[in-house]
Design a protein around this ligand. Structure first.
Ligand SMILES: Nc1ncnc2c1ncn2[C@@H]1O[C@H](COP(=O)(O)OP(=O)(O)OP(=O)(O)O)[C@@H](O)[C@H]1O
Ligand SMILES: [Mg+2]
Length: 336
């Protein structure tokens, strides 16, 4: 079973899945249209709504008669109270970034303040959302794009960035309470102290001075027509180690890849490329597994009937991988 266009962090999904339909460009008020068309320098004659992502705001390609295109993201607090803050956060991040990276560059932005519209006009990426399942070729391409980001984003550009450990601490910290779950897989239950220690250890290793995306999933990556992968949706960026993005993306290589993808080999490759141990990637994935195991047991949030199923799907994939991965032999031996 493949599940696409869903992922973590949970708060991203809750916003989005509660409001399944996105606002469209046509629904925006006249003054926002005028602002956008002023940026474009011509009227919008065609729009192309994005297929992926979660936010209830506008996410559309806008085209003018001469074929020029931009990508618009826009939100208003009356539609969703959180989306302006996410757009502002993305705006801050994009403004701080140097040019020439495999991202969709910011062209212009509108921020009307607390009760108004926030809109980002971005470079339009020709292509499509990165396809699932992951293949060896698309994994190679995404690792190349992440490698291209590493140098220019290290040290992190000046800004008020949260630290990765602070952003992930709560998610990684559920192993102690999972001990009370009667239905916890016995393999995990027997190892819960080792799992808690691994997740804690990961949190101590997240210091770094790279601006990392933190929310990498196929739906936040665009596959350009030239085969290059472009990283979009920078709302959650934090300061952390450069290896964190590929390590977190490995969740999708584990849960949603073609059968011929050797996940352990890719994890070894990421560890080599970034000069870290595969153990550390395992520890991060153990941390995230605590979040999926915990959240998957909670009641459905209102209007989100598929969220828990997805979290259980990710938990199952990660758990099964831990049981067999050659990188997790210490955990496999840790039963008592
Ligand atoms: N610059 C772009 N050009 C073309 N398509 C884009 C561009 N940026 C994003 N997209 C497409 O639009 C979708 C939604 O964009 P994005 O991921 O930035 O917002 P979002 O997912 O709605 O935000 P959030 O994840 O914060 O809810 C992406 O999944 C991608 O398919
Ligand atoms: Mg997105």
């Amino acid at each position: 079973m493949l599940v696409r266009s869903r992922g973590y962090p949970e708060w991203t999904m809750i916003d989005a899945m509660q409001t399944r339909t996105r606002l469209t460009f046509a629904e925006l008020p006249g003054h926002v249209h005028e602002w956008v068309e002023g940026v474009l320098g011509a009227p919008v004659v065609r729009t192309e709504p994005a297929s992926g992502g979660y936010s209830p705001g506008v996410a559309e390609g806008l085209f003018t008669a001469d074929g020029s295109a931009v990508f618009l993201k826009a939100g208003h607090p009356s539609r969703n109270p959180d989306s302006p803050a996410l757009l502002r956060s993305e705006l801050r991040t994009l403004r701080s970034m140097p040019s020439g990276l495999p991202i969709a560059e910011l062209i212009d932005a509108l921020d009307e303040g607390p009760d108004g519209w926030v809109a980002l006009v971005l470079e339009h990426v020709p292509g499509r959302q990165a396809p699932l399942p992951w293949t060896n070729a698309t994994i190679e391409a995404v690792l190349a794009s992440l490698a291209d980001l590493r140098g220019p984003l290290t040290p992190a550009p000046p800004g008020q960035w949260d630290d990765a450990a602070d952003a992930l601490r709560d998610m990684f910290s559920h192993w102690p309470e999972l001990a009370d779950a009667v239905d916890l897989d016995p393999w995990l239950a027997e190892r819960r102290h080792a799992l808690a220690a691994a997740a804690d250890e990961a949190l101590t290793e997240l210091a770094g001075d790279t601006l990392v995306h933190l929310d990498l999933r196929a739906d936040n990556l665009m596959l350009r027509t030239d085969g290059r992968l472009i990283v979009v949706d920078w709302a959650w960026a934090v300061r952390g180690p450069a290896w964190l993005d590929p390590a977190l993306l490995a969740i999708e290589f584990i849960s949603s890849a073609e059968p011929d993808v050797d996940t352990d080999a890719w994890i070894a490759r990421i560890a080599d490329d970034y000069g870290i141990s595969a153990d550390l990637i395992v520890q991060v994935l153990v941390g995230i597994l605590s979040f999926f195991e915990h959240s998957g047991r909670r009641p459905d949030p209102p209007g989100l009937p598929t969220l828990r199923e997805f979290q259980r799907f990710q938990a199952t994939a990660l758990r099964d991988w831990l049981k067999r991965s050659r990188h997790a032999s210490a955990l496999q031996a840790a039963a008592r």
